[in-house]
Write a protein that binds this ligand. Structure first.
Ligand code: FES
Ligand SMILES: [Fe+2]
Length: 460
């Protein structure tokens, strides 16, 4: 029996480089099952990357906070008294207790429930019970404030944080593909994230859930039930012959349907009122045309000539998925090799009438999330794929990820993006794992910046 798993110890760099074979398009299943690989992911990917925290609309006032994660580090994202957004580790400096137990809310300060240490909204330690009687004043509070993220920044009000001071500035990290991804959320004007983040745990490895967001191969088959139930017209969404994959630095990518240049020219000739009339009339029924209403004219400047045609799913590496028409975004939060916490945020243009907002919120809840028509199908498949990676024999068989390999020519545009326009493919998944290996084997950001895979050119 050809066993690939050697027990114990962190994998060497050469082992890691064998996990995905980009020339063959195959993936070693142990990437879904090994604790050592997971631990490396926490250190070399999540602690180094820019991680999505929340939108400014979730924390508008001083004291407003939202709890999120950077890998396994739980953080408090809070607006301080000066109006600045702080990202503080939710762990008391005394014995490590979690300070904040609610998922979001408003606080005057953060008081630890164990011995009562009290921290200001900016993380400074401002109160210690027994300072005179027990510590006898031999204690320097200024040295024991909460740990902070190394950098915090935002684009269109979407806040990100990183634990690594050497991570490149957010705009450089996002690059053109990351900017298009976040731009899709802002393409129809200022937005808000509404209350009620849908959260559930699926017993799958986080990468299976990320791979899936690029995967338009499963839609027709896995989600046939959503079509049969009359929930959506799969054929109208899929456009299997009009698909685009955009490759971004550090592993960002967008994969899925694309508006043809001819149809985009028709949209470009419309006034915004004509576009809004199409939106008001409901989704387009002609399967040769995009199902999502045309974006407003300002979107072209925001998204660029190629981004404006994008109807696919962006992933901002490692784990932020933005839905096709920018109405939902999702985090795939790792919880060990065998579990992923899935969070769904609903994003709405502020200018929408309240009645339309209500309908959109209901539609989002029925689409993705624990009660969604689509994610119930997906979750079952991801669980079973992960489960099968644990078997001694089963894990010796590599995943096939070679659809379209060597079949497509890379195109570019004036903004320097790298893309293919083709049929349904697995180019984005191969780009994901090529970059994933690079993150895991880089010692630090200096190496990542110098050696990250160049955007593809020529035939892919
Ligand atoms: S653990 Fe927080 S005050 Fe002791
Ligand atoms: Fe799906």
């Amino acid at each position: 029996m050809d066993l690939v798993q050697e027990p114990g110890g962190a994998p060497s760099k050469s082992e890691i480089r064998s996990y995905f074979d980009p020339a063959e398009g195959t993936l070693d299943r142990r990437v879904f099952a090994d604790q050592e690989i997971y631990d490396l992911e926490m250190r070399n990917i999540f602690a180094r990357a820019w991680n999505f925290m929340c939108h400014e609309s979730q924390i508008p006032n001083p004291g407003d906070y939202f709890i999120n994660y950077i890998g396994e580090d739980q953080v408090i994202v809070v607006r301080d008294r000066k109006g600045e957004v702080q990202v503080l580790l939710n762990t008391c400096r005394h014995r490590g207790n979690a300070l904040c137990r609610a998922e979001q809310g408003n606080a005057k300060s953060f008081v630890c429930s164990y011995h009562g240490w009290n921290y200001d909204l900016n993380g400074d330690l401002i109160g210690v019970p027994g300072m005179t009687a027990y510590y006898r004043k031999d204690f320097d509070k200024s040295q024991w404030g909460l740990a902070r993220a190394a950098q915090v920044d935002h684009l269109h009000g979407f806040y990100f944080a990183t634990l690594d001071p050497d991570t490149p500035p957010l705009p450089d990290y996002l690059g053109e593909v990351g900017r298009i991804g976040l731009g899709l959320l802002a393409a129809n004007g200022p937005v808000e994230i509404v209350d009620g983040i849908q959260k559930n745990v699926i017993d799958c490895n986080w990468k299976i859930a990320v791979d899936n967001l690029f995967d338009w191969y499963h839609v027709q088959y896995s989600h046939a039930s959503a079509g049969m139930a009359g929930f959506m017209d799969i054929a109208a969404i899929l456009h299997p012959k009009h698909q685009m994959v955009m490759f971004g630095d550090y592993g960002h990518a967008i994969s899925g349907p694309v508006i043809t240049p001819e149809r985009q020219a028709e949209i470009d000739a419309m006034t915004d009122d004509e576009r809004l009339a199409i939106a008001a009339a409901g989704m387009l029924k002609d399967p040769s045309k995009p199902v999502v209403p045309p974006r407003l004219s300002a979107a072209r400047e925001l998204l660029g000539p190629t981004g404006v045609r994008c109807m696919g799913h962006p992933n901002i590496f490692p784990n932020l998925w933005i839905s096709t028409n920018g109405t939902q975004l999702s985090l795939r939060l790792p919880r060990g090799p065998f579990a992923t916490e899935i969070w769904w945020f609903t994003v709405l243009p502020k200018a929408l009438p309240e009645e339309v907002k209500k309908k959109q919120i209901a539609f989002s809840a029925h689409l993705f999330g624990p009660a969604g028509m689509l994610e119930q199908d997906d979750g079952e498949n991801w669980s079973q794929s992960t489960r099968a990676s644990r078997g001694v024999k089963a894990r010796s068989y590599r995943h096939h990820m070679a659809m379209g390999l060597g079949q497509d020519e890379v195109l570019t545009d004036a903004t320097g993006t790298s893309r293919v326009e083709t049929t349904i493919s697995e180019h984005a998944q191969r780009w994901l794992y090529t970059n994933w290996m690079n993150w895991l084997t880089a010692d630090d950001w200096a190496e990542l910046k110098a050696n990250h895979p160049a955007l593809p050119k020529g035939r892919v």
